[in-house]
Design a binder for this molecule. Structure first.
Ligand code: SF4
Ligand code: SF4
Length: 244
């Protein structure tokens, strides 16, 4: 099996407490991906269409973030490099990091709604950080959360940027936000790497219960073969379907 895209969790630490995210429900250890683990992943994945620096945490906490993005670019010249961030820390440097897309999690349309959804009072600060990036590569992605999030009002705040909206999900029962009912479509060809090198099925697995290998212990090709034999408990409670 060959993967066509990679999701790399640089850290599972986060300073937010968003209503649609199970970050604070994790029982797995928290940390930041070592350079060794990162390099092993980047050197192992072969040619991929994209690398997404995101899983369940705020990547800006990784002090080697720009260095890591640059290394990924050096090794994967044609891959689309994407980062998700809450932009609560300065993101200006990312514009020169050779990243293709900066996706900012920004779901509130004013101070009150922002605090209600994200659990922190940083509306003005984050707006300022987002606008400090003078780049036409930035995209603002908004999860539509029925009854809480107002995509139209958020869109009005970011007229100068691209805007996308997609429905949220329950993280296999990790949160109570509305879930999508559809077939599991994203997982078979995507390598999902947690900060400690564990390899799992998808971003629904916020607590590492579907882990079927570790990149520091086995070559990726062997780990991917093990997927067929792995027990995948998170799939049993996932609204996105089952991995066949
Ligand atoms: S959605 Fe992102 S910013 Fe919010 S708690 Fe989860 S990881 Fe942190
Ligand atoms: S069915 Fe399993 S592999 Fe597919 S999205 Fe859900 S948890 Fe992930």
């Amino acid at each position: 099996m060959k993967i066509t895209g990679a999701i790399i969790e640089l850290t599972n630490n986060c300073n937010y407490n968003c209503v649609m995210c199970p970050n604070n429900k994790q029982t797995r250890k928290r940390g930041i991906m070592s350079w060794h683990t990162f390099k092993t992943i980047i050197d192992s994945i072969g040619e991929v269409e994209y690398i997404n620096f995101n899983m369940l945490g705020e990547s800006l906490f990784d002090k080697n973030l720009v260095k890591k993005i640059k290394y990924a670019r050096k090794k994967h010249l044609r891959a689309n490099l994407i980062i998700h961030t809450n932009a609560s820390l300065p993101i200006k440097d990312l514009a020169n990091s050779q990243i293709n897309q900066i996706i900012v999690s920004f779901y509130g349309h004013d101070k009150e709604s922002y605090k209600k959804i994200h659990g922190v009072d940083k509306f003005d600060e984050v707006l300022k950080n987002i606008r400090s990036v003078k780049s036409d590569k930035i995209s603002i992605i908004c999860n539509h959360i029925k009854g809480i999030n107002n995509p139209k009002k958020v869109k009005d705040l970011f007229k100068e940027y691209k805007f996308m909206s997609y429905p949220t999900h329950t993280f296999a029962g990790g949160v109570d936000t509305p879930g999508q009912e559809k077939d599991c479509e994203m997982m078979k060809e995507i390598g999902v790497f947690l900060w400690n090198g564990d390899v799992t099925t998808c971003c629904m697995d916020y607590d590492g219960k579907n882990v079927f290998g570790n990149i520091n212990k086995k070559p990726l090709s062997e780990i991917l073969e093990d997927l067929n034999k792995a027990e995948l408990p998170v799939c049993k409670t996932c609204s996105l379907g089952r991995l066949e």
